[in-house]
Ligand binder design. Structure first.
Ligand code: PMP
Length: 384
């Protein structure tokens, strides 16, 4: 249709630039070795997690939280989560994406300023935009640059202007870890609040998987924590962990909370069982991090560039968009499922394969995979 000409032009342009995206059905279980999943602890298929979900008596919640969607499991899970973090309160959202949108858009207004790492997740950026706050971006994981911006902006700070520093603890596309202690100190020194998205750290880093802030023993310096139940927890949904006041603010102001149907109880029953497992089985995260370290060493030995990864997320850097897609395809032919990550998800010129190591993998398999990556890269002329 003529009126849709612009769409076909846009799609053709994306294809020319190697940026077209297409949905693909996940191959049957066992058909490939899967490195695309954020189900880091393999809990989405854990028999106790599946059984907990099946023991429920309802799937959907039927209404939004403020209407009649708040069931006992919502209340219970939020209390469990707050206790787990040692914080006063928690609130679940329909997804991690919505948690970030909801928190940022209700916590900040147009007269406030956000200082965000330049690689923060799209959900944080969208939340900042929705808030209308002034947005300053500092170089990735660069506390010195953050300090420069705080000092410079301080000269024009108006009375009552709220400041918020926004970072992730583990970055989703590089797998590197933020210098949280230095960032938290700067936030305090400059009278700014601090939001840490621990989406990729929960269940993996810190004592009982409580995240990087807990690992560094600086949880009390991080007033606002967000995360997701869809990665290590193997379920679905988003979380904010904060003070009672912030929780009340969100219940009253966060549109992605107020106008979204309450998270299905079935998913919370599963998440609650995952929380019990993560909290009671010591060493799950450590085991995963050891596997990832093994994989990085093997990739390195093969002459592949893994960037600054220090977590279960291990990128193999390629650079060019089309070459990244080609490499992913060459690996698929070898029975390895991994996705090429391209702009705008990552900066231009830094396309990569993002390997997500999970407890479904083992050392032998990771060694074999590193060899296969090198072989595939050689076969298409990307490695000597
Ligand atoms: N924050 C980060 C850092 C993420 O990587 C993601 C998911 N990719 C989210 C938030 C959003 O979480 P969810 O998938 O639960 O919406």
């Amino acid at each position: 249709m003529r009126s849709e000409q612009w769409i076909s032009e846009l799609l053709a342009k994306l294809a020319r630039e190697g940026l077209e995206r297409r949905l693909a059905v996940h191959p049957a279980d066992g058909a490939v070795c899967d490195f695309t999943s954020n189900d880091y602890l393999n809990l989405s298929t854990h028999p106790d997690v599946v059984a907990a979900m099946q023991a429920g008596t309802m799937v959907g919640s039927g209404a939004s939280r403020l209407v009649s969607g708040t069931r006992e499991i919502h209340q219970e899970f939020e209390q469990q989560l707050a206790a787990y973090f040692g914080k006063p309160a928690a609130l679940v959202f329909g997804a991690g994406y919505l948690a970030n949108l909801g928190l940022l858009s209700s916590y900040l207004g147009r007269n406030d300023t956000v200082f965000a790492d330049r690689l923060v997740h799209a959900s944080l950026i969208d939340g900042i935009q929705l808030s209308d706050a002034r947005h300053q971006r500092f170089q990735h994981n660069d506390a010195a640059h953050l300090e420069q911006l705080l000092v410079k902006t301080g000269t024009t700070r108006k009375p009552g202007e709220r400041w918020l520093v926004v970072v992730e603890s583990v970055y989703s596309m590089d797998g590197d870890v933020a210098p949280l202690a230095a960032i938290a100190e700067l936030a305090i020194e400059h009278d700014a609040q601090l939001l840490v998205d621990e989406a990729h750290a929960l269940g993996v880093f810190g004592p009982a998987g409580r995240g990087v802030a807990a690992e560094l023993d600086i949880s009390d310096q991080v007033p606002l924590v967000t995360g997701t139940l869809s990665k290590a927890f193997g379920s679905y949904g988003g979380v904010v962990v904060a003070s009672d006041f912030v929780r009340q603010l969100l219940v009253n102001r966060a549109r992605p909370f107020i106008y979204n149907t309450a998270l299905p109880p079935a998913l919370l029953l599963a998440a609650s069982e995952s929380l019990r497992i993560i909290g009671s089985q010591a060493g799950l995260g450590d085991k995963l991090l050891e596997l990832a370290a093994h994989f990085r060493r093997e990739l390195h030995e093969q002459g592949l560039e893994v960037g600054p990864s220090a977590s279960q997320i291990v990128p193999v850097m390629v650079g060019d968009n089309q070459q990244a897609v080609q490499l992913a395809e060459a690996l698929h032919e070898r029975g390895i499922l991994v996705k090429a990550i391209r702009p705008p998800t990552v900066p231009v010129g830094t396309a990569r394969l993002r390997f997500s190591v999970t407890l479904a993998h083992n050392e032998q398999l990771l060694t074999h995979t590193a060899q296969a990556v090198a072989e595939a890269a050689r076969s298409i002329g990307q490695l000597e």
